[in-house]
Write a protein that binds this ligand. Structure first.
Ligand code: PEP
Ligand code: MG
Length: 752
């Protein structure tokens, strides 16, 4: 049956029309199960009934007309009980409801399974037979399996189908790419030239094709320079790094060399660009690392840009008379850059994720973004949208009451932003005079956030993975020195904590693939680097060399689970320090031996804190992984996202235990997971006794504001009260109220 099951699901998935897909499903299921009838009843969220969506066996004219109110009939009962019902003779069941238009009379036996997606019943899948008999166990499990697999397909197809009607209004769900809310008219953008549509052509005028290529390369380079310059002048100078990636590709001799080679093989300049870009896109698209997969989009954008210049003359800048919400299949950083800032209210992209350059740029510019709404947007043109960048929701022409609510949120946000900006240069001190340190988590977005953030007290976590990911081999010591020195010099006089390479898990190096069944429990972080001391030593030496004369470096080890790992890492650091000191002593003086710390993110360390203390200088709690490993919940799996909770009682206990041990053993401790940048999280952590927090730059100001509005003595009382409640909701409610009382209730929308 497995093959049949797969075939049915595949056919339904391939169909672009929901009605067609359902008809196909009914027909196939009836055939495979040798039943006399198969029907699908579906329910839209707002409807109080199930509607016959397709049937093979009942009267075809009843499709789209026969309705079963919720809680009525056997179908209603299945929906209510959320379980399978198997009846030898349905007509004798007390819930049986006769549907005259469906001509159901001749069918006696009945087997129905609910179709449930993300805990919501979308419909009921039914097979019937004329014969009075109970369906067998194998048939039951087949129907249940089919219904479970179809739930996702139907949820998806339903949303897709919805959009094909010009009058449709409602909500589409994507990923929250950049926080904030915007209300405005959709402006649907399509590339002038699409890579896939360009036809390959041969040329016999090689020199002309080479000249055409050189000319557009120069044009596009100049355009990119202009864009980078524009963003350099904007308040968020860091976003300029996004364009550096484009410039890097455009100047990459390998990339350009490949295009020239294709011209040599007799292709036109345009065809050569297409051929090379498509090959590179395919390579990136197959990578398992999300960040690198997103780079396929950069190549596509760059290719289309080159082709537009090769095929058409450019029409000049985009002319927009009023502010718009930019909606497109794929939004690139360059497209955003082409729209004047005062005309761009928000972005909505069918493709891409939170790692897309569009999302990175939107965050840096403070524009709400929703990514990854997998739909075609043709019919959204000019319609009124609400983009909710906190939840990832896109509302199409919502009711006026909903609009009113969102307008209130926007007004409140504007007020709050003004308020937060007022504390930029103030101390991070509570109302009862307790000083805390607010540090920056940097490094993940391709160096996009390493620029000096003067509101931060330094860098609490510099993730070094990106310089390793952006290459086709391990970076040399000199390349690493260059990249680390940039960070250290951005924070002269402030501490910078660099973490050694933490690849494995969901962060893969394209040139060093690790194939594992269970990568988060596998060869990750310190486990990998200790197995490759040659890589680890080069990184340590690069960090030490980069710190010469600056003395603001500390080094931190990721994924430590046992004390021996720390001992071996310490020995390697000693060796790196001795060697670098010996090499440089004459020219540049003594290199300060950096403090060495560990991330506390593997639960085994919780039971070894006393022994760990003398081995290192500081601890930093990675609440992202600590939560994942303590609760056994994959941090990247959307299906279990609602049970991934850093305020779970077990995580709270672990956090309290760590701060108590840190005090007892006199070890400085900070928090560098996402919890530190969470408004409730930071209050809870302050109450426990934590005083050093490291977070993304977008959080620093609002957390500083929260700190300055709080009193530690009050928070300690709240924590006692909150811990006496068993329910997590009540716990959050208590701290949520504390924020609300200080006019900060609006912050609870984001990330909670
Ligand atoms: C953490 O695990 O909390 C952490 C800060 O590290 P990363 O998110 O890079 O795994
Ligand atoms: Mg971690």
């Amino acid at each position: 049956m497995l093959r049949e099951l797969r075939e049915i699901v595949q056919r339904v998935t391939a169909s672009s029309d929901l009605n067609e897909a359902m008809a196909e499903l009914a027909q196939q299921t009836r055939q495979v199960m040798l039943a006399d009838c198969c029907s699908i009843y579906l329910r839209r969220e707002e409807d109080p009934f199930y509607l016959l969506a397709a049937t093979d066996g009942l009267a075809p004219e009843a499709v789209g007309r026969a309705r079963i109110p919720l809680g009525e009939g056997i179908v209603g009962l299945i929906g209510e009980k959320e379980e399978l019902i198997n009846l030898a003779d349905a007509q004798h069941h007390p819930s049986f409801k006769y549907l005259p238009e469906a001509h159901e009379d001749e069918f006696r036996s009945f087997l129905g399974a609910p179709i449930i997606h993300q805990r919501k019943t979308l419909g009921v899948l039914v097979v019937q037979q004329k014969q009075v008999r109970l369906f067998e166990e194998g048939e039951e499990s087949f129907l249940v399996t089919l219904a479970a697999q179809l739930a996702t397909v139907i949820a998806h197809a339903e949303a897709r189908g919805n959009l094909s009607s010009r009058n449709w209004h409602g909500m589409l769900r994507g990923l929250a790419g950049s926080p904030g809310v915007a209300i405005g008219k959709a402006w649907v953008w399509r590339p002038k030239v699409e890579l896939d549509r360009v036809r390959l052509r041969r040329a016999d005028d090689l020199p002309v094709q080479h000249q055409r290529l050189e000319k557009v390369l120069q044009q596009v380079e100049a355009e990119l320079d202009g864009m980078a310059l524009r963003f350099k002048e904007s308040p968020s100078g860091e976003s300029v790094a996004v364009f550096e990636v484009y410039q890097y590709i455009l100047k990459d001799p390998v990339f350009i060399g490949l295009i020239r080679e294709e011209i040599e093989h007799g292709w036109t300049a345009g065809s050569a660009v297409k051929r090379v870009c498509e090959k590179q896109i395919a390579q990136f698209a197959n990578m398992s690392d999300l960040y690198l997969r997103e780079r396929a989009a950069d190549i596509r954008d760059l290719g289309q840009r080159l082709l537009t210049r090769l095929i058409h003359e450019d029409d000049g800048p985009l002319a927009l008379s009023e502010p718009i919400i930019l909606v497109a299949d794929e939004i690139s950083a360059t497209l955003i850059a082409e729209i004047p800032r005062n005309k761009l209210m928000a972005i909505v992209s069918a493709r891409g994720s939170i790692n897309s350059h569009a999302a990175i740029l939107a965050r840096a510019m403070g524009i709400p973004a929703v990514m990854g709404i997998d739909h075609s947007f043709e019919l959204l043109e000019n319609r009124l949208l609400v983009v909710d960048g906190y939840t990832g929701e896109l509302l199409v022409e919502p009711a006026s009451s909903v609009l009113k609510e969102y307008r209130r949120v926007i007004a409140e946000e504007a007020q709050m932003d003004e308020l937060f900006a007022t504390v930029r240069h103030e101390a991070s001190r509570t109302l009862d005079g307790v000083q805390v340190s607010l540090l920056l988590n940097a490094g993940l977005s391709a160096d996009a956030d390493i620029a000096m953030n003067d509101a931060a007290d330094g860098v609490g976590l510099f993730r070094t993975e990106i310089p390793f990911m952006m290459r086709d081999r391990f970076p040399s010591e000199q390349e690493q020195v260059h990249s680390y020195r940039r960070v250290l010099t951005s924070y002269v006089g402030k501490p910078v904590c660099m973490r050694t390479l933490d690849v494995g898990g969901d962060k893969q190096l394209p040139y060093f693939p690790i194939v594992e069944e269970n990568p988060f429990l596998g060869w990750r972080g310190i486990r990998l680097t200790l197995d490759h001391p040659e890589i680890f030593l080069v990184q340590l030496k690069a960090m030490l060399r980069a710190s010469i004369g600056l003395d603001n470096l500390s080094i931190m080890l990721p994924m430590v689970g046992s004390l021996d790992e720390v001992r071996v890492a310490r020995r390697l650091l000693d060796r790196a320090w001795r060697e670098v000191s010996a090499e440089t002593a004459d020219e540049q003086g003594i290199i300060r031996y950096p403090s060495l710390g560990v991330m506390i993110e593997v639960p085994s360390l919780l039971y070894q804190l006393a022994e760990l203390a003398p081995l290192v200088d500081f601890w930093s709690v990675g609440t992202n992984d600590l939560t994942q490993y303590l609760l056994a919940v994959d941090r990247n799996n959307g299906r279990v996202a609602d049970i991934y909770d850093s305020l779970h009682p077990a995580v709270l206990r672990a956090l309290q235990q760590i701060i108590d041990a840190a005090r007892k053993h006199a070890r400085p401790v900070s928090i560098c997971g996402e919890l530190a940048g969470d408004p409730i999280g930071v209050l809870v952590l302050m109450a426990m006794g934590y005083r050093r927090f490291s977070m993304n730059n977008s959080n620093i100001m609002r957390i500083k504001y929260i700190v300055r509005q709080s009193r530690i003595d009050e928070l300690q009382k709240l924590l006692q009260e909150a811990l006496s409640h068993r329910h997590v909701g009540a716990f959050k409610g208590i701290f949520g109220r504390y924020l609300e009382e200080r006019g900060l209730g609006g912050l609870l929308r984001s990330g909670l």
